[in-house]
Design a binder for this molecule. Structure first.
Ligand SMILES: [Fe+2]
Ligand SMILES: [Fe+2]
Length: 316
C-alpha cells in the first residue's frame, strides 16, 4: 500500500469516533419532514401526452425567468445524487459510523430533488420536457470529485459545498415571489445546514489531528472551489444570471460561505502550524483578499448595469 493510501486509512480510522459522535448529534437534531406536505397538489393538472391533458406553456409559470433558472440549477444539482453517493461511499466507505452517515446523508438528500421536482411540475413553473431532457444529459455526465484520495480535501469541499447549497436554496426561495416555493426551499436549506455542521465539525477534528495538512487542504479547496452543479449544460451563463439576481455571487460566496467556516475553524488563530501549513495560510489569505476585491468589482458593475436598465425602463 502506498504511504498516501496508508495515511488515508489512518485518518479515516482516527476520525471515526468524531463521525460517530456527530452522527448521533445529527440524528438527535434532524427533524423528520415530508416532501409531500410542501407541494401545492391542488394547483396541479394532467399534462398532454399519455393522459391527454394540457401542454405546458411558458405563460403558465408564475415565476420570473431567473427564479426558474435558479430552481432548475438547484434541482439538477440535487438530481446528481447517485454520483455524489458513489463518490462519498467509495471514499469514506460503507462500514461503521462512516457508512451509516453516508447512507443517512444520501437518504436525506434524496428528498430534495423529490420535493423540488414535485413543486415545479405541480405549479407548471418550468417546461417539463426540457427539464427531463436536461436531467438526462446532466446525470449522464455524472459528478467526479476533484480531490482524489485526500481525506481532508474531500471533507473541506463538502463543508463549503453544503453551506453554498444552503445559501443557494435559501436565496432562490426568497426571490421566487411564491411563499409556497420559499417555504419548501427554507426546509431544504435547513437540511443543508445540518450537513454543513457535520462536515465542519469533522474538518475541525482533522485540523486538530493534522494541522499543516488541514491548512493546505483548506487553502487548495477554497482556491479551486466550484459549485457541485458546475457540469450542468450552460452553467456559466446560468450562474451569471443567478449572480446578477443576487442569489449567489462572489460577495455571497466570500462573506456567507467561506468567511463563516474559516472563522469557525479559527484558521487565523491556529498556532500549531509550521512550514507548509504557514505557507498555505498565507496563500489562503492572499487569495481571499483578491476574491474580496473581485466581489466588490462585481457588485459595483452590477449596480451600474441595474441603474442603466432602470433608466432604459423609465418613461422618457
Ligand atoms: Fe441537497
Ligand atoms: Fe446537503
Amino acid at each position: 500500500m502506498t504511504t498516501e493510501a496508508t495515511s488515508k486509512m489512518t485518518l479515516l480510522r482516527d476520525l471515526e469516533p468524531v463521525v460517530e459522535a456527530n452522527l448521533n448529534r445529527h440524528l438527535a437534531t434532524a427533524k423528520e419532514w415530508f416532501p409531500h406536505e410542501y407541494v401545492p397538489w391542488s394547483q396541479g393538472s394532467d399534462f398532454d401526452g399519455v393522459l391527454g391533458g394540457q401542454a405546458w406553456e411558458s405563460s403558465q409559470s408564475k415565476l420570473s425567468e431567473v427564479a426558474r433558472t435558479s430552481l432548475i440549477v438547484n434541482l439538477l444539482t440535487e438530481d446528481n445524487l447517485p454520483s455524489y453517493h458513489h463518490e462519498i461511499a467509495s471514499f469514506f466507505g460503507r462500514d461503521g459510523a462512516w457508512g451509516t452517515w453516508v447512507h443517512r446523508w444520501t437518504a436525506e438528500e434524496g428528498r430534495h430533488s423529490v420535493a423540488i421536482r414535485d413543486y415545479l411540475l405541480t405549479t407548471r413553473a418550468v417546461d417539463p420536457i426540457a427539464l427531463e431532457r436536461a436531467r438526462m444529459r446532466h446525470m449522464a455526465v455524472g459528478f467526479a470529485s476533484e480531490y482524489g484520495v485526500d481525506v481532508i480535501d474531500s471533507i473541506a469541499y463538502v463543508a463549503f459545498q453544503e453551506l453554498a447549497t444552503r445559501v443557494a436554496h435559501r436565496n432562490t426561495g426568497r426571490i421566487s415571489g411564491d411563499p409556497v416555493c420559499e417555504q419548501l426551499l427554507v426546509r431544504v436549506a435547513q437540511d443543508e445546514n445540518l450537513h454543513m455542521l457535520f462536515y465542519r465539525n469533522l474538518l475541525t477534528a482533522a485540523f486538530e489531528l493534522a494541522p499543516n495538512a488541514a491548512m493546505r487542504a483548506i487553502c487548495e479547496v477554497v482556491k479551486s472551489f466550484q459549485m457541485p452543479g458546475h457540469t450542468i449544460e450552460n452553467f456559466t451563463r446560468k450562474s451569471a444570471q443567478i449572480a446578477m439576481a443576487g442569489i449567489y455571487d462572489l460577495r455571497i460566496h466570500h462573506d456567507e460561505v467561506l468567511t463563516p467556516i474559516l472563522r469557525q475553524l479559527r484558521v487565523n488563530e491556529r498556532d500549531t502550524l509550521s512550514d507548509d501549513g504557514e505557507r498555505a495560510r498565507d496563500e489562503l489569505s492572499t487569495f481571499l483578499a483578491s476574491l474580496d476585491k473581485a466581489a466588490t468589482r462585481f457588485t459595483e458593475r452590477r449596480q451600474v448595469s441595474r441603474q442603466r436598465a432602470n433608466a432604459r425602463a423609465a418613461p422618457a
